[in-house]
Design a protein. Structure first.
Length: 279
């Protein structure tokens, strides 16, 4: 089951907004005494839509939209309330295996929470002091796929316009050689038959590759023996690569870029809805 199957259907989205606006079923989300401890996804408390994002039991929630979160589950649901015109987009920061990572959600989190231990809370808060954020509008989710040899592929699920303009170049960019060969064969056959047939074929295939690009990348990654390992939100792929290797030092990134650039914009607190320079 893909991530989009659970997050883009109108019914699922309407259900989540109903729970946010009108409240969740009675007793499902209740606050409790925390004594300064952070929330942690409870054992057997992971919801399906959160599991698809590859959140795990025992992941510790540290911040929402860049602000430290020390309140309870009911107050967490209030964080997902929206006003007319707001974009359904929230950046959550979690602590796992000694490392913080961010994830973008388009629907409210539905997992059940318990409490982190005092030591876990201390470790997470220490990490949060050095955690930096980029511009909220530039964040996107990257999906990380890993095989049994700890080789990881990082996939961006954002639409790439190159896939429509030059589908063959897009396939070459992501090293998708089987679909590249199929495209080139279709182009050559139709070109020598009729130039108009070639143009029609080019437009149809361009549209298909553009619409299906995320599924194409997922399919060939799974075919290569890799499974969905994590979903991480960031402003760039290099930061995702660094997080993946810190969470498990055995992880290696396939086709990793040699030059790792420091993010030019750093903010400790994200202001949603802020305009970027030049707008």
């Amino acid at each position: 089951m893909s991530e989009e199957d659970l997050t883009t259907t109108d019914d699922a989205f309407d259900l989540d907004l109903t729970e946010v606006d009108g409240g969740s079923p009675e007793g499902q989300f209740e606050d409790f005494e925390q004594n300064g401890l952070l929330l942690k996804i409870a054992t057997d408390g992971i919801a399906i839509q959160d599991y698809v994002k590859r959140l795990k039991e025992s992941d510790i929630l540290v911040a929402v939209d860049g602000e430290l979160f020390l309140e309870g589950p009911a107050q967490l649901q209030n964080k997902f309330q929206m006003e007319a015109g707001d974009e359904p987009k929230w950046l959550l920061t979690f602590y796992r295996d000694g490392q913080l990572f961010d994830i973008l959600l388009q629907v409210p989190i539905q997992s059940q929470f318990g409490l982190a231990t005092e030591q876990e809370t201390k470790w997470a808060l220490e990490q949060f002091k050095t955690h930096v954020y980029g511009e909220f509008s530039e964040y996107q989710n990257f999906e990380v796929y890993r095989n049994g040899s700890f080789i990881c592929d990082i996939l961006s699920v954002e639409k790439d316009p190159v896939a429509f303009i030059l589908p063959s170049l897009w396939c070459l960019k992501y090293r998708l050689y089987p679909p590249l060969a199929a495209l080139v064969a279709a182009y050559l056959v139709t070109f020598f038959i009729n130039i108009y047939l070639f143009l029609i074929t080019y437009l149809i295939l361009s549209r298909f590759v553009y619409v299906s690009q995320d599924n194409i990348m997922r399919s060939f990654t799974l075919y290569a023996g890799k499974n969905h390992y994590m979903t991480i939100a960031s402003t760039n792929e290099n930061d995702v690569s660094a997080i993946v290797k810190k969470i498990d030092p055995k992880n290696k990134i396939r086709f990793e870029r040699n030059a790792i650039k420091t993010s030019p914009v750093v903010h400790k607190v994200i202001v949603k809805g802020a305009t970027t320079p030049g707008e």
